[in-house]
Design a protein around this ligand. Sequence first.
Ligand code: PRP
Length: 214
Amino acid sequence: MITLALSKGRIFDETLPLLARAGIALRDDPETSRKLILATTDEQLRVLVVRATDVPTYVQYGGADLGVTGRDTLLEHGSLGLYQPLDLGIGKCRISVAVRAGFDYADAVRQGSRLTVATKYVAIAREFFAAKGVHVDLIKLYGSMELAPLTGLADAIVDLVSTGNTLRANQLVEVERIMDISARLVVNQAALKLKQAPLRRVIDAFAAAATAAA
Ligand code: PRP
């Protein structure tokens, strides 16, 4: 049995068409089912429904053989014990710095001001600002980061931007793009040795589906 970890939302929605291209469908409707282990039409493949930030953890420790996770999540988690054979080209977005409209970010950076930055992506933000030589105080948040500059909690946020609608709706502006993000396949390194043939088959199916979708 091969176990694939997926998170509900964007990654789930964009991974299912890739599985469908490989002729694999879920036996339960993930929208209505409360099950966290979903059978598929491939008797050798099952899907675990986990939180996005937990996908690398499940795969690292072997709770799942492989998983689909955003580059953002992977950079925060670290890639110890994870083999990353494929960029799936799904879940595309970017991670950016955003501030309240009217806040002169460029000037603050030029002046060498110390900035307070709220983010879920502490490792990415720390590395980015350190490389720029900007002094920051980082505040870890777990969601609704857009509120931080609006309430005075922070000068800036580091967050995912896709359409930009969330920023616009909250009168925030994107002032710097840190990196482009897409979803990766991650594989448990030990499982790759122990279950080589069946895992290779699933990885190859993902590779073919991702190429066809590109
Ligand atoms: C992300 C991000 C923004 C939003 C950006 O949240 O945190 O809030 O998407 O998308 P947009 O540019 O298309 O408006 P997500 O929906 O992934 O949920 P999260 O808050 O749990 O991270």
